[in-house]
Design a protein. Structure first.
Lengths: 657, 182
């Protein structure tokens, strides 16, 4: 024991309203705790976390001279901080406190009331014998680097970057593609207001480019993330563009002259071609082309060409460019990596890839877009305007074999398509849906508007799409087969065009970024927020926040709101200026260390260095997370973690086994 | 048991709980080549059972039209074993004798299992003979074809048996008992 006084322990058992008390006999648990050695007082109370509950602890510390406290209640994640603060405010070191979890680990998971009471007694007794060995610990304050990193330049990343930059902080925005803009840049109109996406998007893109506080790194990827909240070191790889960004004026001559013209355009979803030197779309930001090294005659095929270089007046083409690595020091990171649309090829009954007139929703967005392959004309591959179009909802979504979740945006964008088709072509539009989900401001109104415009809604999931037609006059058209569940009959509808409203899935690379950031992903691959309701933009990794679809499917209004929320959290961190390091960190006893370096390899946070002069391992206290890998690995027992010492853990275990 | 509802006659089916996950999307009925013939196509049949309309479900002709093409089961977004359930429904309906009056299939099923019970294996001519007791016109219609097939040695007129039908009967009994328990 570090302080010389005898341990005087107080034990408090919480009823937690109807959560613990109906299952666990709390009076019994308190009475049992009262009989244990060194326990001076043991009480039970309805809500220990409430103000009167905390006051009870504080008063007892003062009046009874307690110097150790045990609370048997919920999980430490819920209220450990609350009670440590209470202990601290009574003048005690906050680490003279231990929590026994008798809610999540007992009352919620035990059927029998007797069993529950016995288990609660055992856990409380274990906490009492552990707290006996507790030692006072202290934290340190370290300064926060006043800049941040945003990963992903779609609408979420752009909005987060702009909000933080407007608050006066330096923002680095890293985007994998040659231009920022993300998926929203591909859209023509946005539901439910039918705002022109380009009109509201392009000014924001230009703002991002021109903002004095934003440094834009396009065609770049995050390679490595080190450090901790407030002090991250991020390595960013700038992929070679083969075009000098300083010299290029964006005149576009290179693209006109490039002879490799038959490359499928990613931005137009493969519906048109691009050249080997290209910008993804005319309003690209920055308006500097990149050379696709695979398809370029010089870089990919190692043959003579150089047409772009020959005609470039500013001599901006540089075939010798190499990848560049930058190190950015930031205090906070916002992940905004977005989504990708589900590829429906494997949904065989829908015939995508087999029938040319079956489109994905993103392909249709491009058909509908003035900068798209048809300059905004909604025509079939043969150039004719379709007379009847079927829109198939829930493609890949709400299906346990594909994506079990509802992708949230498909109903609304399907109805947007229906409206635009009615307006632009007058075609008959049939929506095949399971349930129409329109929970948003003005969304139900939009649904009603589309109904009034004569769009036909059939309640039934499409069973198959086939090129076999019932009527010989319909030869060449597609037949959509579904049960109309409201009229209890099978519909076999001949149509000219089918749009598959495909669902959303995490962007490729989310897995890698998750690993770099230490942010976990849920079963569907979306990044996991710290708390579904109360911390939706935070992650279990302090200082790393989430914005937009990388956390789950979202429409644009929700994405922008969440992006601003994530920015708000990041700004709160940076403006606080200091972060408290954790007290529970590892120590290596130099007298016992044998210099084997096994802890250095075991440390996931690169927090252990080696002192060559003394031939011993040394812990960097700022980087250590107190995970205990070093203590478990150390063959000489020289490494130990504060608050998790062998004596403390053995003290706890002795009571339990 | 809930006082408000009648007992569910389908609880013995091992996968019956899967229909609770049905989202009534109609993929099964839309995929079914015979749904036009059914009084309550699969989606609707599941809805009836969930709503407690067991009598309507027991009298439904739906399972009897199922041709086991498995299109419904392959496409169901909730992985409900629709075709397997149709077999289970047929068994329960046959035992409870609730099939529609004009439905002959339960008699065929019974003829089939009776001959197996007695002989340990089937002989087509005897299945038809047993079935013919209930539906003599159907059986008579088939006699000219049967004669032709017998002459060409394509149909066995004598009832064949396994070597030890008594042991087989015991096996059959035990199986039935264990099914009743389940």
């Amino acid at each position: 024991m570090s302080d010389q006084t005898k341990p005087r322990i107080g034990v408090y058992v919480c009823h937690c309203g109807m959560n613990i008390a109906p299952k666990v006999n709390v009076e019994d648990v308190a009475a049992h705790a009262g009989t244990l050695a060194h326990v001076v007082v043991a009480r039970d109370y309805k809500f220990m976390c409430s103000n009167p509950g905390q006051d009870m602890i504080i008063n007892d510390i003062k009046s009874l001279g307690l110097n150790r406290v045990v609370v048997a209640s919920c999980s430490p994640r819920m209220h450990e901080k609350t009670f440590r603060n209470a202990v601290k405010s009574a003048g005690l070191n906050p680490y003279y406190f231990q929590m026994a979890n008798v809610r999540e680990q007992v009352s919620w998971v035990t059927h029998d009331s007797m069993d529950a009471t016995e288990k609660a007694k055992a856990l409380t007794a274990a906490a009492v014998s552990r707290v006996f060995f507790h030692q006072p610990l202290s934290t340190r304050e370290v300064p926060v680097i006043k800049s941040m990193l945003v990963v992903g330049g779609g609408i979420a990343g752009m909005q987060s970057a702009l909000t933080c930059a407007n608050a006066g902080y330096q923002v680095y925005l890293v985007e994998r593609e040659p231009s920022i803009g993300g998926h929203m840049a591909k859209f023509d109109k946005t539901f439910p207001t039918l705002d022109c996406a380009a009109c509201i998007m392009t000014p924001k893109m230009v703002d991002v480019l021109q903002h004095p506080n934003i440094t834009l790194h396009t065609y770049s990827e995050v390679e490595k993330v080190e450090g901790f909240i407030g002090n991250f070191q991020v390595t960013v790889k700038k992929k070679p563009r083969y075009v000098d960004m300083e010299k290029c004026t964006g005149c576009g001559t290179c693209m006109e002259k490039c002879p490799s013209k038959k490359i499928s355009s990613e931005f137009n979803e493969g519906l048109s071609f691009r050249t080997a030197i290209f910008t993804p779309f005319p309003q690209a930001v920055p308006n500097v082309p990149v050379i696709d090294a695979v398809n370029c005659i010089v870089l990919g095929k190692n043959k003579k060409c150089g047409a772009c270089a020959k005609f470039c007046e500013t001599k901006a083409i540089d075939f010798e460019q190499k990848p560049e690595f930058l190190t950015l020091d930031v205090g906070a990171i916002i992940a905004a990596t977005g989504f990708q649309a589900v590829n429906p090829t494997h949904l065989e009954p829908y015939g995508y890839g087999r029938f040319p007139e079956v489109y994905t929703s993103l392909e249709f967005e491009r058909l509908n877009n003035a900068t798209g392959p048809t300059s905004g004309k909604m025509v079939m591959k043969n150039g004719q305007i379709p007379e009847r179009v079927a829109i198939v909802h829930c493609v890949g979504s709400r299906d346990v074999r594909h994506k079990k979740y509802c992708s949230r945006v498909c109903c609304m964008y399907s109805m947007k398509f229906a409206h635009l088709l009615r307006e632009k072509t007058g075609a008959e539009v049939w929506e095949f849906y399971i349930d129409v989900r329109s929970p948003g401001k003005l969304y139900e109104e939009f649904y009603n508007r589309v109904q009034e415009e004569g769009v036909r809604f059939v309640r039934g999931r499409v069973a198959e799409i086939t090129d076999m037609t019932d009527d010989p006059n319909d030869k060449g058209r597609l037949t959509v087969v579904a049960e109309s569940t409201l009229t209890r009959r099978t519909v076999r509808l001949p149509v000219d065009m089918v749009i598959l409203s495909v669902g959303l899935e995490p962007a490729p690379g989310a897995e890698d970024l998750g690993r770099l950031l230490g942010v976990s992903r849920d079963g569907d691959g979306w990044f996991t927020e710290l708390h579904a309701k109360l911390a939706p933009v935070s992650t279990p990794m302090n200082g790393i926040f989430l914005a937009g679809c990388c956390q789950g499917p979202k429409d644009i209004p929700d994405t922008v709101a969440q992006a601003m929320g994530a920015a708000g959290e990041a700004i709160a961190l940076l403006s606080r200026g200091m972060v408290t390091t954790q007290a529970e960190i590892s120590h290596i006893d130099p007298d016992l260390c044998i210099g084997c370096k096994s802890c250095i390899g075991a440390c996931a946070y690169s927090a252990i260095g080696f002192d060559e002069a003394r031939r011993v391992a040394v812990v960097n206290e700022a980087l250590c997370k107190g995970c205990g890998s070093c203590a478990a690995t150390c063959p000489s027992s020289s490494a130990s973690v504060d608050h998790f010492t062998d004596r403390q853990i053995m003290g706890e275990l002795e009571r339990l086994v | 048991m809930n006082k408000a509802s009648k007992p569910n006659p389908f609880t013995s089916i091992s996968d019956i709980a899967t229909i609770n996950a049905c989202i009534q999307c109609g993929t099964c009925s839309g995929s079914c080549p015979l749904s036009d013939q059914m009084d309550h196509a699969p989606r609707e049949l599941f809805a009836l059972i969930r709503e407690g309309e067991y009598d309507m479900a027991l009298k439904s002709n739906t399972p009897w039209f199922c041709v086991s093409c498995y299109a419904c089961m392959v496409r169901c977004p909730k992985e409900i074993p629709v075709t397997d359930l149709m077999y289970a429904f047929k068994e329960i309906i046959t035992r409870k004798r609730t099939a529609p009056k004009n439905q002959k299939m339960p008699d065929m099923y019974r003829a089939f299992s009776r001959i197996i019970k007695a002989k340990g294996r089937i002989t087509e001519s005897y299945v038809m003979a047993l079935y013919g007791v209930k539906h003599p016109l159907d059986a008579l219609k088939n006699i000219p074809l049967a004669v032709k097939m017998i002459l060409r040695k394509r149909l066995e007129p004598k009832a064949l048996s396994v070597s030890d039908p008594e042991s087989f009967a015991r096996l059959f009994e035990l199986t039935e008992k264990s099914e009743d328990k389940a």
